[in-house]
Design a protein around this ligand. Sequence first.
Ligand code: SF4
Ligand code: SF3
Length: 547
Amino acid sequence: MFCFQCQEAAKGTGCTIQGVCGKTSEVANLQDLLLYTLKGISIYAIQGRELGLTDLATERFIAESMFATITNANFDREGFIVRVREGIALRNQWKSRLDGTEATIPLGAHDAALWTPGTDAELEAKAANIGVLSTGDEDIRSLRELLTYGLKGMAAYMEHAAVLGYHEDSVHVFMEKGLAATLDNDLGVAELIALVMECGKFGVDVMALLDRANTTTYGNPEITKVNIGVGSRPGILISGHDLLDMEELLKQTEGTGVDVYTHSEMLPGHYYPAFKKYDHLVGNYGNAWWKQTEEFASFNGPILMTTNCIVPPKDSYVDRLYTTGHTGYPGVKHIPAGADGAKDFSALVEQAKRCAAPTEIETGEIIGGFAHAAVIGLADQVVDAVKTGAIKQFFVMAGCDGRMKSRDYYTDFASELPEDTVILTAGCAKYKYNKLELGSIGGIPRVLDAGQCNDSYSLVVIAMKLKEVFGLEDINELPISYNIAWYEQKAVIVLLALLHLGVKNIHLGPTLPAFLSPNVAKVLVDNFGISGIGSVEEDMKQFMAVV
Ligand code: SF4
Ligand code: SF3
C-alpha cells in the first residue's frame, strides 16, 4: 500500500504498512483499484456524453464510490471487492454501448479501460500495482493526487445533495473529465494545474448546490443554543454529515422513549428549523471524531455513523455501533437503504431501549447556527462593529480536527486572539475552541459556527456580502485572515474552492499535505501565498500585522 491522502500520513510522507487511520494494506490497495475502475468508466462515459448518452446510475456509482474511499469512511474489504466488480460491469456496459458508434475513445487503449478481474486473489494482486506510486514523476503524481482528492471531497458533497434530490450535471461531467485526466500521460504540469483550479470552481458549485439542498429541505440554519449535557432516557448517537439520515432517525424515534444526540459533524443538525420540532433531539454529546473511542463507550446506547470519520471501534461499544450509507467496518452492522431509499433504524431503537442513558461528560450549552442567512441577518450589527473598531479582524478557522498533539496550536491560537477579533468556523475544527469562554462583542459571540465543513461555503457567502457592503474590489481587502486546519479530502475541495474564489494567504496546518511535491507546493506559495503554521506567537504577529 501507499497512501498519503490525509494529514496523518505516516512520517509526513505516506502510510506503507497500515494506515495511521487503521486502514489495512488490503483495503488501501482495493480503494486504489476502485478509483482505477472509476477512471476506466469515465474514459467511456465522457465519450458517451458526446453522443448524448448519460446515465444517472453511472454518475451516482462514481460519486458514491469516491465517497467510500475518503479517509475514515469505509474499512470493509469485501465491500470494496464487490464495488470493483460492479464497476467493471458498468464500464463494460458502456464499452458495449459505444462499440460500433462513431465515438473515438482517446484513452480506450489504456489498461484501466480494458482489464478484466479474475479471482479475488488476482484482483488484489492487481490492486497492489496501480496505486499512487505507479506515476513516476513526483510533480505529475502530486498534481494527479491533488486533483483526485479534490474530486473525492467534491463527491462527498455531491452525494449529500443527491440524497436530497439535488444534482448538477456539470459537476458530474467535470468529475469524469478529472478522473480520466489522471490517466493521461499527455497532460503535463501546466494542464494538471489548470484542472486543479477548475476543480475549485466546481467545488464552489457543489457546495452551493448542497447549501441549496440543505436549506430548501430543512430551512436556513438559525442561531441556536445546543445542550451538551444529557437527559435521563436512553439515547441514540448520530455522527457524520448526512442530514437525511438525521431526519429519518428523528422520525423513527419519535414517541419511542428513546432520545437522539448528535456527535461531531452532526452538531449543526440542531441549527435547522426542520429538526427543532423534535423534542427528543436532546443535545450534542462529546467532541470531534477522534474522541469517539472514549465518548462512544460512555454514551451507553447505539451509535449511527452516517459518513466519515470512523475510528476502528473498541470492544466496549462495537456491538452498539452501526454504519449506513457509504461507510462500513468489518463486523459492524450496516443499515442499507431500501429500494425506495428509505432506511429502517428499528434495530437501533430496540437496542437503545435495553441500554442505560448516556453518562454525563459535560454540562452547559454551546451556540451555533451562524450560516450565511443568520449572519446576513446580523449584517448591520456586524458592519457597525467593524466601523467602530469593536471588531478589528475576523479569523476563518474552519476545517477539520484530528488527534495529533500539534493541533493544540488551534486551541492556543483561539485563546490568544485579541478580544476585538471574531472566529468564523465550520467543520469539526471548531471543537478545538468552541467550549472556551471567549465571550462576545456587542452581543456577537466571538466564535461564529456556520455548521459542517461543507458550510465553509457560508463563510464565503458572508465574506462576499461584507465585500459588497464595504464597497471593496477584492475579497482580500477585507479584515479576514484564514488559519485553516485540514485532515481529509473534503478539506481539499474546500481549499481549492477558496483558491478559486481568489482568497490569498491561507495558512494551512497543522502540516502541509504530504501529497504536495516541493514544486507543487511552491506553485501554491507563489501564486496564492499559502503557508504552513509556525508558533502561535509568531503567527499571531504576522496575522495582526496584515490589518
Ligand atoms: Fe494513512 Fe491517511 Fe491514508 Fe489512512 S487515509 S492510510 S492515515 S494517509
Ligand atoms: Fe471532520 Fe472527519 Fe474533516 Fe467534515 S468529521 S470535517 S475530519
